[in-house]
Design a protein around this ligand. Structure first.
Ligand code: GLN
Length: 541
């Protein structure tokens, strides 16, 4: 069938969970046997979030093809159990960049370039391109209706409906029904205004997704339907949920597929959510609990570790275990207060950039290694695990990373540009960032050593593919000394970059250069994170 489009807009205010709502709708459709893709449009002018501070933006999610994207793309992949590409997220910056490049190349044959039609045409072309080959495309528009920067996108939506017809394009408006304590009432007026704003630009939503803290009465639902001009069955109440993974189930119970099927002229849509439902039950009321010590430095910015904290939830759900996180600020961790790690069942060092908090992380690694506590190091976590081992086991006291000391005499971690493979060719796909850095981004092959924990964890697969986002690499000059002292190089890229290390004389001490969290999904948890969580559960018992 021709792709059908579901546009998701937000009203009243931001942070209403449009990303989760869009993911949930797409999940229901996919579970009903349809081919579904999903797209996030970010109306900001940055070309991508790669150069934005985590303060501004939360996590940068990396796709297999090496794009640095919005964190919602991570939610999409985790819900839909699929890998998306750079086409699944675009920004105003990208749209203007293409149009201006075309203009410079004379492609518009002397025309005056305007928002309408040129920018809007570029937007429509990008949307249709992602929809190709799918039954449905869910399009989430970032920001809130009424934002100046969102206008061209709303115009694109309006035009697409005009061109393709109302059986091919529907619009869902996610909005807030606030509860006003003083009046003891839920209020629908902000939603009415937001829908009026949409109508002013020619869009009448078919479905209202009403976020509220408390259940919405029948009367208020009817009032909303009447004032927003949607059918009675098209006001879907989305009450706050205990877990984001409950949302698809809640939406289904609320009957969201009825108006979707009706508007698209489809027979009833029937998803199979059995497996999902079972996993959600294990998230909400699991049999076991463990606590992981998460030693990071952006602790007031937990959003910047989104994929990793979700990956722990996925792994936990699959073994009926709640994974509690004990957040530990690496800048405050020294050998005096290291005992705060005493009650954890596993220690996790996530990725990170820069010198701040490094010594605290190294202390935590020493503690995990010496006390045989399950340990997983990710990216910077692997680099530090190597430094810790060289300094404290191999006795190379000044082993360091060029990231922390450019002139270090023992550059055990050094710059990617310095790497030349054995054929004399650098085969690393690099990416020059506008800030002058070169990042290794996206999916790469990794070959695992057969007699390793990581090999077993990945179900005896020799070749795995995982995603990267880093600038520095472990220096192969130190391989021999690491192995001689008991740290195994258990994963390497085809051109012999060090991708994983582990300590043989330890129940679970694994560190990886890639970011396993980017490929973790609720129905398909990442293998090494699952193995880590399992070993933490064993350690506890
Ligand atoms: N700062 C390190 C590097 O650039 C690690 C990056 C990361 O952990 N994502 O290589």
């Amino acid at each position: 069938m021709q792709p059908k489009y579901i546009f998701v807009t937000g009203g009243v205010l931001s942070s209403l969970g449009k990303g989760i709502s869009s993911s949930s709708i797409a999940t229901l459709l996919k579970s009903s046997g349809f081919k579904v893709s999903i797209l996030k449009i970010d109306p900001y002018i940055n070309v991508d979030p790669g150069t934005m501070s985590p303060l501004e933006h939360g996590e940068v999610f990396v796709t297999a093809d090496g794009a640095e994207t919005d964190l919602d793309i991570g939610h999409y992949e985790r819900f839909l159990d699929t890998s998306l590409t750079k086409a699944n997220n675009f920004t105003t910056g990208q749209v203007y960049l293409s149009v201006i490049e075309n203009e410079r190349q004379g492609k518009y044959l002397g025309k005056t370039i305007q928002v309408v039609p040129h920018i809007v045409d570029e937007i429509k072309a990008r949307i249709k391109n992602v929809a190709k080959g799918n039954d449905f495309l869910v399009v989430e528009l970032g920001g809130t209706v009424g934002d100046i920067e969102g206008m061209p996108y709303l115009e694109a939506m309006r035009q697409m409906k005009h061109e393709l017809g109302s059986n091919q394009v529907i619009s869902i408006h996610v909005t807030l029904i606030p509860f006003i304590k003083a009046a003891g009432e839920q209020k629908t007026k902000p939603t009415q205004h937001s829908v009026q704003e949409l109508r002013r630009i020619g869009i009448s939503p078919q479905i209202i997704l009403a976020r509220c803290e408390k259940p919405l009465s029948k009367e208020l639902k009817r009032k909303l339907a009447l004032s927003c001009d949607v059918d009675d069955d098209s006001v879907i109440v989305a009450e706050d949920a205990q877990s984001i993974y409950q949302c698809p189930i809640n939406f289904l119970k609320e009957g969201i597929l009825t108006p979707i099927a009706k508007n698209f002229n489809l027979d009833c849509i029937q998803p199979n959510m059995d497996e999902w439902d079972m996993l959600v039950k294990k998230i909400i009321s699991p049999k076991n609990q463990i606590t992981i010590g998460f030693v990071g430095k952006y602790l007031d910015l937990k959003e910047s570790y989104k994929s990793l904290t979700e990956a722990l939830i996925h792994a936990g759900a699959n073994i009926d275990t709640r994974v509690n996180i004990k957040w530990i600020d690496s800048e405050k961790l020294d050998m005096q207060n290291i005992k705060i790690l005493e009650d954890v069942d596993g220690i996790l060092i996530p990725g990170g950039f820069g010198h701040r908090g490094i010594e605290g992380k190294i202390n935590a690694i020493t503690y995990a290694r010496e006390n045989k506590i399950p340990f997983l190091g990710i990216c910077l976590g692997m680099q530090l695990a190597i430094l810790e081992f060289l300094r404290n086991v191999a006795n190379i006291k000044n082993a360091n990373s060029v990231e922390f000391d450019v002139h270090t005499k023992e550059p055990a971690i050094y710059l990617i540009e310095d790497f030349i493979d054995q054929n004399g060719q650098n085969q690393i796909r690099t990416h020059k960032s506008p800030l002058g850095g070169t990042m290794r981004l996206g999916e790469y092959d990794c070959i695992l050593k057969k007699d390793s924990v990581i090999y077993q964890s990945y179900h005896s697969q020799e070749l795995i593919k995982e995603r990267h986002r880093h600038r520095y690499e472990a220096n192969p000059k130190y391989k021999e000394i690491l192995e001689k002292n008991g740290m195994q190089i258990s994963g390497e890229s085809p051109n012999q970059l060090i991708e994983a290390v582990e300590i043989k004389e330890h129940p679970f001490f694994v560190a990886v250069q890639f970011h396993p969290e980017f490929t973790s999904r609720l129905k398909n948890p990442n293998a090494i994170i699952l193995a880590f969580v399992k070993s933490a559960l064993q350690f506890k018992k």
